[in-house]
Ligand binder design. Structure first.
Ligand code: PMP
Ligand code: GLN
Length: 380
């Protein structure tokens, strides 16, 4: 029996497709976002110790208390918001599960959710599965700024949520102070939730400030904030993240979380709770990634690609207009098979196939990997 698809228009995620192609043809994989170097040895040691010390059974449903306490401390110190670890923080299986859970817990059939595109590809399917309607707003290169006047026009009595992502994947832009002001005005006196995907909160460059929803009480009160330790500690395969929200929102989140997954792997939580005691573990990240960004951008400036701005995340986008008439999907495929460097075609992040001939490269790689990639990209 073939079930009636709940997502008839959805194929396999572009990350799986491009990584598979890169592996098949032996290309340098700058497509899917993950480091090609090891996560900190000390962290691995802490996980091993936790396992040896018998931390191998179910963690509490909301996450290990010690880890939730460290998260609350970090958030208060960085953004000034006080979250109660008992009622307002839940540890999740990566940012992805937090996103799905928040949408599942709050979106009813026919609710509208505003999504800015290009958008991380996990948002729309979750909204559709809940019977919600995706109201997408396409942003344009090179700056990808949010046109707030158009957002106002998209708002209706059915608007239930706005999804934000800063620093932004795939465009590497960040929310600025004036975006926050516009957003605050728009949601004021309206029943609109914010899902703020902040998984790249520490990957922000040139001394700029991360505009977390946690900084602004009016926004914080209506926000689910999503974070990921995969990005912080170079351990995407551990699938560990968390969600923060005021207690009344978190209560609904946990109703879903407890049946979707119940709880998340214990030894990793024990280890991360310990590792977070050293604030350098995350405060050193902007410097670490900025060096890679600068190195990669200097290399790319010797190619024919047009560099787009990069204020955050570990992604660098380029335009290839003038180099080829191919669609970004075709060009990314040829780049992978012929030139042996894999990238993500950014049209994959738009609901309607909008193609600005932009590719996204991931620079969370060893310097020698980036250099080898540049050498190949210079031949195009
Ligand atoms: N949001 C964005 C914008 C991402 O790029 C990612 C990618 N990893 C996630 C959420 C999901 O994070 P995780 O791997 O922790 O599930
Ligand atoms: N977040 C990563 C990216 O944007 C990959 C996530 C995934 O593979 N699902 O490349």
């Amino acid at each position: 029996m073939i079930p009636v698809s709940k997502l008839p228009q959805t194929g396999t995620t572009i990350f799986t497709v491009m990584s598979a192609l890169a592996n098949e043809v032996g290309a340098i994989n700058l497509s899917q976002g993950f480091p090609d170097y090891e996560c900190p040895a000390e962290l691995i040691e802490l996980v091993n110790t936790a396992m040896k010390n018998g931390h191998n059974q179910y963690a509490p449903m909301a996450g290990l208390p010690a880890l939730r306490e460290r998260i609350a401390e970090k958030t208060e110190k960085l953004y000034g918001a006080v979250y109660n670890p008992d009622t307002e923080i839940t540890v999740t299986a990566g940012g992805t599960q937090a996103i799905f859970t928040a949408i599942c817990a709050t979106i009813h059939p026919n609710d509208e959710v505003i999504v800015f595109e290009p958008a991380y590809d996990a948002y729309a399917p979750a909204i559709k599965l809940m019977g919600g309607t995706v109201k997408s707003l396409a942003l344009e290169p090179p700056d990808y700024r949010i046109p707030w006047e158009m957002v106002k026009r998209l708002i209706s009595s059915r608007t239930r949520m706005i999804i934000l992502n800063s620093p932004h994947n795939p465009t590497s832009t960040i929310l600025q102070q004036d975006d926050i002001e516009q957003l605050t005005t728009i949601v004021k006196n309206r029943d609109i939730l914010i899902l703020s995907d902040e998984v790249y909160e520490h990957l922000i460059y040139d001394g700029q400030t991360h505009q977390s929803m946690a900084r602004y009480p009016e926004l914080q009160q209506r926000s689910y904030i999503v974070a990921s330790f995969g990005k912080l500690f170079h351990s995407t395969g551990w699938k560990l993240g968390y969600c923060m929200a005021p207690a009344h929102l978190m209560q609904e989140f946990r109703k879903v979380h407890q049946y979707l997954i119940f709880s998340v792997n214990t030894p990793m939580q024990v280890a991360v709770a310990e590792y977070l005691k050293n604030e350098q573990s995350y405060l050193a990240l902007p410097q670490f990634f900025q060096e890679k960004r600068d190195h990669f951008r200097t290399g790319l400036s010797q190619t024919r690609f047009e560099l787009l701005p990069c204020s955050g995340t570990y992604f660098q986008s380029v335009r290839y207009t003038g180099m080829s008439d191919e669609s970004d999907a075709e060009f990314a495929k040829r780049l992978t098979t012929e030139f042996k460097v894999a990238a993500i075609p950014v049209s994959a992040f738009y609901n309607k196939a909008i193609d600005y001939q932009v590719l996204r490269f991931c620079f969370a790689k060893k310097i020698e990997t980036l250099d080898r990639a540049i050498e190949r990209l210079m031949k195009i």
